[in-house]
Design a protein around this ligand. Structure first.
Ligand code: ZN
Length: 254
């Protein structure tokens, strides 16, 4: 069976899709090490979809139901109705220890998910649409995931120490950077607790200029082992019955 995903990101830059594709594939491989990745279909938003404007800088967080936000809710609901999966990347904008105060996380859980669910269970102008039952809506909602790294996606990507070091060296040989990279390598739990890693630590060299390449070198299993935001993402995926079925995971791998 093919697991079909729509991948959405707050980042509208060119590197966002290849970056989250690599991360999604790495997560799926943690769930199923012998996964045939050809059975993983990872799609971006269709060109010209108005929903893109609600993703940019997480504009979906605004309370007002703009046409862009309505388009995003509709697009997500439509994917779920079709029994596909949706991953929405947004940075937590907090460290892991402060994640419960993350506005992005709170609004995703309490507003966006609620709005999508309501769309699935409310009658529409189209008389052919049959509102979903509670059970069916639960099943569809278990296909919708947040990818919310702490503090930001660079906290995951900077775990690719060797690649990070070589990109840093291409630009300069800053001793404080090299020391920091070694420290993050020897304790992988540290990066989830760094405030604004790309702005405060590496803005003058790597920044977010190499995200796609760093994602391709992401040490998924080692970062998983420290049980912070990457671990959380993988475990939320694992708890999805429909995803387990789509990936062909048996109960012993749960
Ligand atoms: Zn540097």
């Amino acid at each position: 069976m093919t697991a079909r995903f729509l991948l959405l990101s707050e980042d509208s830059g060119k590197q966002a899709q290849p970056t989250i594709r690599s991360l999604m594939t790495a997560a799926a491989k943690l769930l199923k090490p012998n996964l045939d990745t050809r059975l993983l279909e990872l799609r971006p938003l269709a060109e010209g979809d108005l929903a893109a404007n609600a993703l940019r800088a997480n504009a979906w967080k605004q309370r007002r139901l703009s046409p862009e936000k309505a388009a995003l809710i509709r697009t997500i609901a439509n994917e779920l109705e079709q029994r596909r999966f949706v991953v929405l990347h947004f940075d937590s904008d907090t460290t892991w220890s402060k994640r419960r105060t993350s506005e992005n996380r709170i609004k995703f859980a309490n507003q966006l998910r609620a709005d999508v669910r309501l769309t699935l269970t409310t009658p529409r102008a189209n008389p052919k649409f049959v509102p979903l039952s509670t059970e069916a809506a639960d099943e569809r909602m278990s296909r919708f995931f947040a990818m919310s790294p702490c503090y930001s996606i660079e906290a995951w990507l900077y775990q690719a120490n060797d690649a990070l070091r070589s990109f840093c060296r291409e630009r300069h040989e800053k001793r404080t950077h090299l020391v920091l990279i070694e420290r993050w390598k020897s304790d992988r739990a540290l990066l989830d607790e760094v405030d604004r890693p790309k702005d405060d630590e590496f803005s003058d060299c790597v920044g977010d200029r190499h995200n796609a390449e760093l994602a391709a070198a992401f040490p998924a299993a080692e970062v998983f082992a420290v049980e912070k935001s990457w671990h959380e993402f993988v475990e939320v995926l694992r708890q999805s019955g429909p995803l387990r079925a789509a990936l062909g995971l048996d109960d012993t791998s749960f």
